[in-house]
Design a protein around this ligand. Structure first.
Ligand SMILES: Nc1ncnc2c1ncn2[C@@H]1O[C@H](COP(=O)(O)OP(=O)(O)OP(=O)(O)O)[C@@H](O)[C@H]1O
Ligand SMILES: [Mg+2]
Length: 521
């Protein structure tokens, strides 16, 4: 393969590049039904996608978006309904068949192998005879060519995937799928872990693919980017089709209303007055992390919500990780209730009453084959045990039920395997797990990643409630509206330093955005 060759251009696509309204849609799904034990995930859903469009698929957590796409990509077979590609009926039983039909999928949970290199991941499972020989030089060269087309400059093909930040892993995943030259590209929440800048980069890539006539199905909970970037949208609610609409002239409110079936008046209901924060529970002085954080000092009060934001790589994640003992190269002093402490491991952190939910859910998050109930109560067994000397089933059941209700986890029951939950509902279980623990400083990195608008409001209310009970909460997020909505104080990191601190109500989105981008005043 010559590097100058357009890598993703299917030769026979070029001829069909005209946007012809009379031509059959490139993809038609009709009357799709999918049942799982105890629930109907899809109930007669239609989806029609045109060549050369970015088509959004929208709906609340558990609405059936991923299930519909897994049917298209051969992971699940539908119970009823039919699928046509370019007007021809197809049946797709295996992922391999979907790929052969030109359907490529970037799944909600990344499927990369952390121990393998970037290049090996991209060409993993490609057998010789498919036109590919497992030849390291060839693989490396094709990887470079792929990245060149994606305008990705800073990923080394020889690097181990596990060492890359999440956003770069996402790009590797996309490169991997594009290397199959799909004519229909499915992206299941690709932007959830991305900051604004990387999202913009992704959309530049997608617009380029659209120009080439590729149909893109795009799942996201972020209405702003959907409104700005997508041509049409199909909305699902509770496994049913609501409608398919043109994005032209649609407002965010209308989109929210179509999605949740009602108006969401009070998105952030707790924009109350500042909580008092006289009681300092955590004091950080001159904290530095090698290459990531420089000389940061601040305090956190009892019952306060501190939001930390910044561009990706500004140091906020490393700062949070340092407070939980999972960051190398930390210098400086940390005091808990006035006493200097050393936090060198999560264990020490937890003993000091500090908990962290990181952005790497896969590593720390859930045990897929265990039930929702077990997953929620797992880390707190120790706490239950302390109370009763043995696991008091009644109490545990009550706590789990409470937690599932508070976070509105959608599952057939608390006994089903957590892996059968939708992405957003798994995220709620992870949150529930942490909230059950008896810790008084809770740190969350991107807590509402992948969570729908309605549920977000509930989680914010819940965090606010916890703060009112006296817990101190630190939320690290690149989502400025989220940070503005929940924080009593907002810390802005820029270029590894803590550059600004705003009080609640003191700053609007625009000012915060320029602070995040480095403006000093
Ligand atoms: N393998 C499975 N077994 C049992 N139930 C399942 C399975 N896969 C999905 N479900 C259920 O089907 C419903 C739809 O899930 P799906 O993953 O399609 O939601 P989603 O719209 O992608 O939500 P999210 O925004 O949270 O990712 C959910 O109630 C989910 O629990
Ligand atoms: Mg999903």
């Amino acid at each position: 393969m010559r590097p100058s060759e357009p890598v993703f251009m299917n030769p026979d696509l070029t001829a069909m590049r005209i946007h012809d309204d009379y031509a059959p849609p490139i993809l038609e799904m009709r009357g799709i039904v999918k049942r799982f034990p105890g629930l109907v995930a899809l109930d007669g859903v239609d989806l029609s996608v045109r060549r050369g469009e970015i088509h959004a698929l929208i709906g609340q957590n558990g609405a059936g978006k991923s299930t519909l796409m897994k049917i298209l990509s051969g992971v699940y077979t539908p119970d009823e309904g039919d699928i046509r590609v370019e007007g021809l009926p197809v049946s797709i039983h295996y992922p391999r068949e979907a790929l052969r039909l030109g359907i490529g999928t970037v799944y909600q949970d990344l499927s990369l192998v952390p121990q393998l290199s970037v290049a090996d991941n991209i060409y993993l499972g490609r057998e010789p005879g498919n036109g590919f020989v497992i030849d390291q030089t060839a693989i490396r060269r094709s990887t470079q060519a792929l990245f060149r087309r994606l305008e990705v400059r800073d990923i080394d093909g020889d690097e181990r995937v596990g060492r890359l930040p999440l956003a770069q892993q996402q790009l590797v995943e996309i490169a991997k799928v594009l290397s199959h030259e799909p004519r229909i590209l499915i992206l299941d929440e690709p932007t959830a872990p991305l900051a604004d800048e990387e999202t913009a980069h992704l959309f530049r890539i997608l617009r380029g693919l659209r120009e080439q006539g590729i149909a893109i199905i795009f799942i996201s909970h972020r209405f702003k980017e959907i409104l700005q970037q997508c041509d049409r949208a199909t909305i699902l609610r509770n496994g049913r089709l609501v409608t398919t609409i043109d994005m032209q002239g649609v407002s965010e409110d209308e989109l929210v209303e179509l999605t949740i079936g009602e108006r969401l008046e009070t998105f952030f209901h707790h924009a109350e007055q500042m909580r008092a924060n006289a009681d300092v529970v955590l004091e950080v002085s001159h904290l530095s992390v090698r290459r990531a954080v420089r000389d940061v000092s601040f305090t956190v009060g009892r019952g306060e919500i501190v939001g930390i934001t910044g561009l990706l790589g500004a140091g906020q994640n490393e700062l949070a990780r340092a407070l939980f003992g999972i960051q190398d190269g930390v210098r400086g002093t940390i005091k808990r209730r006035g006493l200097v402490v050393r936090i060198r491991s999560p264990r020490q952190a937890v003993r000091l009453g500090i908990g962290l939910l990181t952005e790497h859910r896969k590593l720390e998050g859930l045990v897929p084959d265990m039930s929702v109930k077990e997953n929620i109560s797992l880390p707190s067994l120790a706490a239950f045990r302390r109370l009763t000397m043995f696991i008091h089933n009644g109490r545990e059941r009550w706590a789990v039920r409470e937690s599932m209700q508070q976070l509105n986890v959608k599952a057939a029951s608390s006994k089903v395997k957590v892996s059968t939950l939708s992405g957003g509902n798994q995220q709620k279980v992870i949150l529930g797990k942490w909230l059950l623990r008896d810790l008084d400083v809770l740190i969350f990195i991107s807590p509402t990643q992948g969570i729908d608008v309605g549920a977000k409001a509930e989680i914010y209310a819940h965090l606010s409630e916890l703060a009112n009970q006296g817990k101190s909460i630190i939320v690290v997020s690149e989502d400025l509206l989220e940070i503005l909505g929940i924080s009593d104080r907002i810390f802005v990191m820029y270029n590894r330093r803590l550059t600004r601190i705003f009080q609640r109500g003191e700053v609007d989105e625009e000012t915060l955005l320029s602070a995040v981008q480095g403006a000093t005043l």
